[in-house]
Design a protein around this ligand. Structure first.
Ligand code: ZN
Length: 210
């Protein structure tokens, strides 16, 4: 390869962008907006989500307010590459990954896709689980990232900024797929106070909404 070719090749480089935050913070909405904007700029885009999350079917990424985009649903990211084939994979400039916490091979995939294959990777995912502990591999990719955006929701109990995801039910497994029936976004105060007063908080919230 001559010097000009090397220069040309090195002018294209990969990127990793991470969008984190609690549930109901608009992470998927932000992801879809960025993917749409990349597409508007003439880049070839693809969306991937985990087949573990089948709440809205497996062929679309859907936001809580109903916006959607077609996607591939796969159990892990190495499967995604194999599933679409190398030729198709090579054609994509931008890969959007929704619910990144469900992919155990997120780190290795991002390394290879951004560093070697020169892809732009945009990931949306939960940074913490309902116990506020690191969820899956999302935080592992932060050292690889060009940008990290932490979004906030509105506390369901007081309306202040919400940083955490509160589980309303008694189940204790980390991965429990659910929506507003199972989770609510809460501020720090209501996260800390929430556990013993869940029932009264719930009726307070119902009062507020009425
Ligand atoms: Zn609150």
């Amino acid at each position: 390869m001559d010097v000009a070719a090397v220069r040309l090749r090195s002018s294209f480089h990969g990127e990793v962008h991470v969008i984190i935050g609690p549930m109901f913070a608009g992470k998927t909405t932000a992801l879809l907006r960025r993917i749409q904007s990349e597409r508007d700029n003439g880049r070839s885009v693809v969306m991937v989500k985990s087949s573990k999350d089948s709440r809205y079917g497996l062929d679309c990424v859907v936001t809580h307010d109903g916006k959607k985009m077609p996607c591939f649903a796969v159990p892990n990211l190495s499967t995604f590459r194999a599933q679409i084939g190398h030729e198709a994979y090579n054609k994509f400039d931008v890969i959007g990954i929704d619910e990144g916490q469900f992919f155990e091979d997120l780190y290795d995939f991002c390394c290879e896709a951004a560093d070697i294959d020169k892809k732009t990777i945009i990931i949306a995912g939960l940074d913490g689980d309902y116990m506020r502990r690191s969820f899956g591999s999302v935080l592992d990719v932060i050292p690889l990232a060009d940008t990290v955006t932490k979004l906030t929701a509105r506390c369901e109990l007081c309306g202040r900024r919400a940083f955490f995801t509160f589980r309303k039910t008694a189940e204790t497994q980390t991965e429990l797929i659910g929506g507003a029936d199972v989770y609510m976004p809460v501020c720090r105060q209501h996260y800390v106070n929430g556990q013993p007063v869940t029932d009264s908080a719930r009726s307070a919230s119902e009062c507020t909404m009425n």
